[in-house]
Design a binder for this molecule. Structure first.
Ligand code: NDP
Length: 452
């Protein structure tokens, strides 16, 4: 009996050990593929190291301010609360180190070979890591994205989300630039931790692309929390001492300037173009519905493809790819109706179409909305309002979009998203009995359309 040697060193070589790369690697290995992965930093990528996870921990820390504030209305006497940044950072670091280890163990337990270092594509079936050549039947690029900072004088004096989680000390005055996810999340965190916080956004309304009312209401809620919101204002230059001149001529002095002005795909220096992979105008790898690039043996998932830059989307793309490659089941990912939450204070969460996007389609709409003070706030002087909105197709009665601002919006919209994804109609929402007393029950008790 003769055995033929495998043609390649492995079946799949993954570049990048973030959420997408780790998931694709270990699931593929579970399907029996011989898998190797290259990572030059810590496992877990942006989400675990400088994104979702430490951000959410910081966000929990920031929320205590409000809890202490309303505690008195429930009869508690709380002494003067004091916050220690170094303790938060050290505890966060310990948890992240634990997660780095979990990710690495998941890979080794699945039999994935780990290469420490930066990988470069040499040809459609070969990568080089630290001077070593490895061949693979398939290459997967899962290198993620990196913060981008506008080219203004003094930009090097500012930080990005890459540095923010390891600051030696909490600033007294912070300027956050941008009006998207990271900007509103970090402005909220800083304000909650007692930092005098200004958010400057070049546009007229926060959260471009989301339902317009979310951006408007979030700005009002954040202002109530003490954040100075400057719309149509963008830094033009930063001078030493973090003296910022804005493009409208205004000036301000801060202890920290954070740019949260978007991210760009990590595609430089990978040898992609020489191998024949095409990039789009934003530098993202162009892929088809199965995540295949212009080169048959090279695949890409997650932020580097700039489809929907969210961790659960990257892991869904990873699972689908493993099935496509190693189970003989070509599996596209459905990017419609992906729910998302912004962990600002208050939280924002959404699934489906904004009112504006729904209006751009054919056919009439019914809009249902509600705005109320939550029961938890009813004993205090809080003016915070929870807001919910349903966008409904007038003819089919299908719920096209659900939107919320308020405590735990992310937790609530996750459940609503199942219904929206299943194509639920407004009468089906109405037929669902609420859980009383919750804020979430309002999603099934909105009876009269606010507008059509
Ligand atoms: P976003 O795309 O969400 O927001 C970028 C913001 O920066 C926008 O307000 C944009 O303005 C502004 N901006 C872009 N370029 C400039 C410029 N040259 N000068 C001034 N302002 C500029 O990106 P983020 O950096 O906040 O986050 C990156 C991505 O990471 C998110 O889009 C999201 O996909 C993901 N993420 C998800 C989170 C979650 O799920 N909770 C949390 C954090 C990040 P304009 O709108 O005018 O273009």
């Amino acid at each position: 009996m003769s055995t033929s040697l495998p043609r390649y060193d492995c079946d799949l070589f993954t570049i990048g050990g973030g959420s997408g790369g780790v998931r694709a690697s270990r699931v593929s290995a579970g399907y029996g593929a011989r898998v190797a992965i290259a990572e030059s930093g810590r496992f877990g990528g942006t989400c675990v190291n400088v994104g979702c996870i430490p951000k959410k921990l910081f966000s929990f820390a920031a929320h205590f301010r409000e809890d202490f504030r309303i505690a008195a209305s429930f009869g508690w006497t709380v002494g003067e609360p004091r916050f220690d940044w170094a303790t938060l950072v050290a505890n966060k670091d310990r948890e992240i180190a634990r997660l780095n280890g979990v990710y690495e163990r998941l890979l080794t337990n699945a039999g994935v070979a780990i290469h420490r270092g930066r990988a470069r594509i040499v040809d459609p079936h070969t990568v080089e890591v630290e001077g070593r050549s490895i061949t693979a039947r398939h290459l997967l690029v899962a290198t993620g994205s990196w913060p981008q900072v506008p080219a203004i004088p003094g930009r090097e004096l500012a930080v990005t989300s890459n540095e923010i989680f390891a600051l030696g000390q909490l600033p007294r005055r912070a300027l956050v630039v941008g009006g998207g996810y990271i900007a509103v999340e970090f402005a909220s965190i800083f304000a909650g931790l007692g930092v005098a916080t200004t958010l400057a956004y070049r546009g007229a309304r926060l959260l471009r692309g989301f339902d317009a009312e979310l951006g408007e209401r979030l700005a009002a809620e954040m202002a109530q929390n003490g954040v100075t919101i400057r719309l149509r204002a963008n830094p033009a230059m930063i001078a030493p001492g973090l003296r910022v001149t804005f493009d409208d001529g205004a000036t301000g002095e801060y202890d920290l300037v954070l740019f949260a002005t978007g991210r760009k795909p990590n595609t430089a220096g990978l040898g992609l173009e020489a191998a024949g992979v095409t990039l789009d105008g934003a530098g993202a790898i162009g892929v088809d519905a199965l995540s295949r690039s212009a080169v048959e043996s090279i695949w890409a998932i997650g932020d580097v493809t700039n489809r929907l830059n969210l961790t659960p989307v990257a892991t869904a793309e990873a699972m689908a790819l493993a099935r496509t490659l190693f189970r003989g089941e070509p599996t596209p990912v459905d990017h419609a109706n992906v729910p998302t939450a912004i962990f600002s204070d208050p939280n924002v969460a959404t699934v489906g179409l904004s009112e504006e996007a729904a209006r751009a389609r054919e056919g009439g709409l019914q809009i249902f909305k509600t705005s109320f003070r939550s029961l938890r706030d009813s004993l205090s002087a809080s003016e915070h309002r929870t807001f919910m909105k349903l966008v409904v197709d007038a003819k089919t009665q299908r719920v096209l979009g659900a939107h919320m601002i308020g405590p735990d919006a992310g937790e609530i919209i996750q459940g609503v998203a199942i219904a929206v994804k299943m194509g639920a109609t407004k009468p089906q929402f109405d037929a669902t009995i609420g859980i009383h007393p919750t804020a979430a029950e309002e999603f099934v008790t909105m009876r009269e359309p606010a507008s059509a």
